[in-house]
Design a protein around this ligand. Structure first.
Ligand code: NAP
Length: 480
């Protein structure tokens, strides 16, 4: 029988040790895997490859489509971008799955509560697009980009994960109450798609309450789907509920490629010392086996890990402290010796193949679109009234009318009485009520010239669109 090829990236710091443990156990199950070793991370940055991912590694992953990867360090002074983020984006692994389940033999304040949930984190959009600009010498901006396509893919993935794992509910956690267009897009997409999965209970929860509920009553959650930044935070929080980073596996899932890795980093201070806990990496390997539909091999390893933890004879220092600890290799050997054992009191989950959703089409374009004005962002060391009056004058001779000026999102002109501590970054909203896109665009250059002539430096503009009659922008605090 031909072997299934998998790219193996040992990674940096403790990476080679935890990857060796996972590989040893996967090989011992007898599944036919041919490992294709590839490099990424610190050693690659040092060779002057700024992405941290060489061409050979990209080719290997493109060919095998599945990778098991150790943590990668992002050395300061070499590459600017994280090699991890590069890999996620390069292969459009749009979903990050982070399961946490109470582990026998690993006591936590939550032991006995039955914590068993999976965070489905959007993996390539949001603030992690990494598009940042200094708008003025004192004000920085990071663009939060959320797409309809990205939302649809992650929401469908969350429901498919629920089905594959026999789970009954999915929560969508967003900050849609504040960020109505970006976070709101995930919420609206979730509400639109949920009826297609009538077997699964769908609820929305505001992300801050989700964090609160995760600490208070984590057993209420089965699947949580959320945006990239929110997911980053609540998945780390969730891993602490069951024993911490040493136990947190993950999968980066795309349409064609999946990359499996522990949530933790390269913990350089422990590198080569045979002391760290390889469980997170081993369980990442278990997730990989399930993705490859090797369910028996996955269960063999998972049960042996749980049985070893439950026995409590051979545990690493992060669980039992230095005095009673065994090393990484001895812990792995103990798991191997427990192949065939099952932990008591742990109900096995029945897994089905995961159907990774395919959303090929972008949503159709709007039937009607208009442009009702423009926000011009200017730099000025003036008072709100001075900025407002200069901007009113700058609109002279155009069809634009100044509607308001805001500072860090709060309307300050016309004056509202708000006690805003203003900085040198102002958003000036000009409306052209006709909604005529070509007229608005044609007069924009004149408006910007007149803004500059008034002595204000503009650094950014945003058009105010309408799509099928719906406003494509939000109002400032205090604006009506
Ligand atoms: P880290 O490597 O995750 O280590 C932080 C701490 O977590 C360790 O000092 C240790 O805590 C504990 N820990 C982590 N893994 C463990 C394990 N397997 N067993 C037991 N304890 C474990 O985070 P970091 O120090 O912030 O980051 C180090 C490097 O890793 C950075 O270059 C970062 O960019 C990179 N990183 C990579 C990834 C990735 O490849 N996916 C993810 C995160 C960070 P104690 O000190 O309390 O023992």
């Amino acid at each position: 029988m031909s072997k299934r090829q998998v790219t193996l990236i040992p990674g940096d710091g403790i990476g080679p040790e935890v990857v060796a443990s996972a590989r040893q156990l996967i090989d011992a199950t007898g599944v036919g895997i041919e490992w294709i070793e590839a490099e990424a991370g610190a050693s690659v940055f040092k060779k002057g490859i700024a992405s941290g991912v060489p061409k050979d590694t990209i080719e290997a992953i493109s060919k095998t489509r599945v990778a098991l990867k150790g943590p990668l360090e992002t050395p300061v002074g070499y590459g600017e971008k994280s090699a991890n983020v590069t890999l996620r984006k390069l292969f459009e692994t749009f979903g990050n799955l982070r399961p946490v389940r109470e582990l026998p033999g690993v006591p936590t304040p939550y032991s006995g509560r039955g914590v068993d949930l999976i965070v489905v984190r959007e993996n390539v959009e949001d603030l992690y697009a990494g598009i940042e600009h200094m708008q003025t010498p004192t004000v920085a901006q990071c663009l939060k980009l959320i797409s309809a396509k990205g939302c649809e893919k992650i929401v469908r993935l969350a429901f498919e994960v629920a089905r594959a794992e026999g789970r009954k509910s999915v929560h969508c956690a967003t900050k849609a109450n504040i960020m109505k267009l970006t976070e709101g897009m995930l919420k609206r997409t979730f509400e639109r798609i949920a009826p297609e999965y009538p077997d699964i209970q769908a609820s929305h929860i505001i992300i801050d309450n989700c964090a609160h509920q995760l600490v208070k009553k984590p057993e209420q959650f089965e699947v949580i789907v959320t945006t990239n930044m929110n997911g980053d935070i609540i998945s780390d929080l969730s891993s602490a509920l069951i024993g911490g980073l040493g136990f947190a596996p993950s999968a980066n899932i795309g349409h064609d490629v999946a990359i499996f890795e522990a949530v933790h980093g390269s913990a350089p201070k422990y590198a080569g010392k045979d002391v760290i806990n390889p469980t997170a990496m081993i369980l990442s390997g278990v997730m990989m086996l399930r993705y490859l539909e090797e369910f028996e091999a996955a269960a063999l390893i998972e049960n042996a890990v749980l049985a070893t933890l439950q026995e409590g004879k051979s545990l690493t220092r992060d669980v039992v402290g230095d005095a009673r600890a065994v090393g990484t290799k001895a812990f792995t050997a103990a798991i191997l010796a427990n192949f065939g054992k099952r932990p008591s009191g742990v109900t096995p989950r029945v897994y089905r193949p995961l159907k990774v959703p395919r959303v090929v089409e972008n949503p159709p374009p709007p039937r009607q679109r208009g442009l009702v004005g423009v926000d011009v962002f200017v730099e000025a060391a003036l008072s709100p009234v001075e900025v407002g009056q200069k901007m009113e004058a700058a609109a002279a001779g155009t069809d634009f009318k100044l509607k308001m000026v805001s500072n860090r999102g709060t309307m300050v002109y016309p004056p509202t009485g708000a006690q805003t501590d203003c900085v040198d970054h102002w958003r000036c909203r000009f409306l052209m009520p006709s909604g005529d896109e070509s007229r608005c665009t044609a007069q924009l250059t004149q408006l910007l010239r007149q803004v500059e002539a008034a002595g204000l430096r503009w650094m950014h503009i945003e058009k105010l669109p309408q799509f099928d009659g719906a406003r494509g922008y939000t109002m400032a605090q205090g604006e009506d």
